[in-house]
Design a protein around this ligand. Structure first.
Ligand SMILES: Nc1ncnc2c1ncn2[C@@H]1O[C@H](COP(=O)(O)OP(=O)(O)OP(=O)(O)O)[C@@H](O)[C@H]1O
Ligand SMILES: CC(C)(CO)[C@@H](O)C(=O)[O-]
Ligand code: BAL
Length: 290
């Protein structure tokens, strides 16, 4: 049997019709928001969506409001036909809205921007100050268009996942936000659409991010400072990796406490390409382990 291609719709009547039909039949709907240039990390989210709902909608929209001035909005990879082909047999609907449909009154419409609060200004937000307002606003709009029962996001963008969970809860959006573990290359590099910007030498250097996180994991039983020190040692040996931040935080991104689960998060530039990664850590405490 040949797998059927997903139905491609924009944010107009066809979307309303296809979702209305599903709802009438009592089927549940999962949404996987993406910016396209799909890879196996995205497909893992789509498979999780399939496990959790009857109808799987994947949105492909390169959202201008989450890119700051001088960022890569114009050169962000756009591979729509290949994306639809990759989703064949996996997704039911591809939502591909136009910018004017998502922002009918212009991208910076006063009164419709979601405020990410203090967590939006740290870590990624300290380097990309308007980024999370753009992400949360477009995700809220996608939730409004699709009204999903479940929405699936990757842990690769961990701060984004925490903020979207907060938004869904605080705005009572009635959607279950599910996080999926990061899918990696064999050397540990987290799959990312931006990896295609890397040349061969940079690609080699980029593996240092995951290597540093693994080194932290190996020391985690000794507590947060030993874990952090191990990761720093790895990154210090790679001068071509320009670290923006390397921190250990609680799963909610508050300060980490030894003896508890935590996350280590890293962001670095390799050439002109900014990469992020993170890993869960199970922190022991020095007193217990020494
Ligand atoms: N390696 C990965 N494993 C699991 N999920 C991922 C991975 N990469 C991206 N995702 C998730 O896919 C969703 C869509 O992300 P997006 O389209 O921005 O892809 P991306 O590869 O993260 O691109 P970018 O290079 O812009 O960061 C997000 O929820 C993101 O966290
Ligand atoms: C969630 C998202 C699709 C919103 O544009 C984007 O930030 C992404 O791809 O992670
Ligand atoms: N995956 C996060 C999207 C962004 O960096 O804009």
């Amino acid at each position: 049997m040949t797998a059927s291609a997903p139905r491609v719709v924009d944010a107009g009547d066809a979307l309303t019709a296809v979702l209305g039909e599903a709802r009438r039949d009592g089927r549940t709907v999962a949404l996987v928001p993406t910016m396209g240039a799909l890879h196996d990390g995205h497909l893992a989210l789509v498979r999780e969506a399939r496990r959790r709902a009857d109808v799987v909608v994947v949105s492909i929209f390169v959202n201008p409001t989450q890119f700051g001035p001088g960022e890569d909005l114009d050169r962000y990879p756009r591979t729509f036909d290949a994306d639809v082909a990759a989703l064949t047999g996996h997704a039911d609907v591809v939502l591909h809205p136009g910018v004017e449909q998502m922002y009918p009154d212009g991208p910076q419409t006063p009164g419709v921007t979601v405020d990410p609060g203090p967590l939006g200004s740290v870590l990624e937000g300290s380097v990309r100050p308007t980024h999370f307002a753009g992400v949360l606003t477009v995700v809220a709009k996608l939730f409004g268009l699709v009204r999903p029962d479940v929405a699936v996001f990757g842990e690769k963008d961990y701060q984004q996942l925490v903020l979207i969970r907060q938004m869904a809860r605080r705005l009572c959006l009635g959607v279950e936000v599910v996080g999926c573990p990061t899918v990696r290359e064999p050397d540990g590099l987290a799959l990312s659409s931006r990896n295609r910007y890397l040349d061969a030498e940079q690609r080699g250097l980029a593996a240092a991010l995951a290597e540093a996180l693994r080194a932290a994991d190996a020391e985690a039983a000794h507590g947060a400072s030993d874990a952090l020190a191990a990761a720093k040692t790895v990154l210090a040996a790679r001068p071509g990796v320009d670290v923006d931040y390397l921190v250990v935080r609680s799963p909610d991104l508050d300060d980490a406490v030894d003896g508890r689960p935590a996350r280590i998060l890293v962001a670095a530039k390799v050439g002109d390409t900014r990469l992020i990664d993170n890993l869960p850590l199970d922190l022991g405490s020095r007193e217990e382990t020494r």
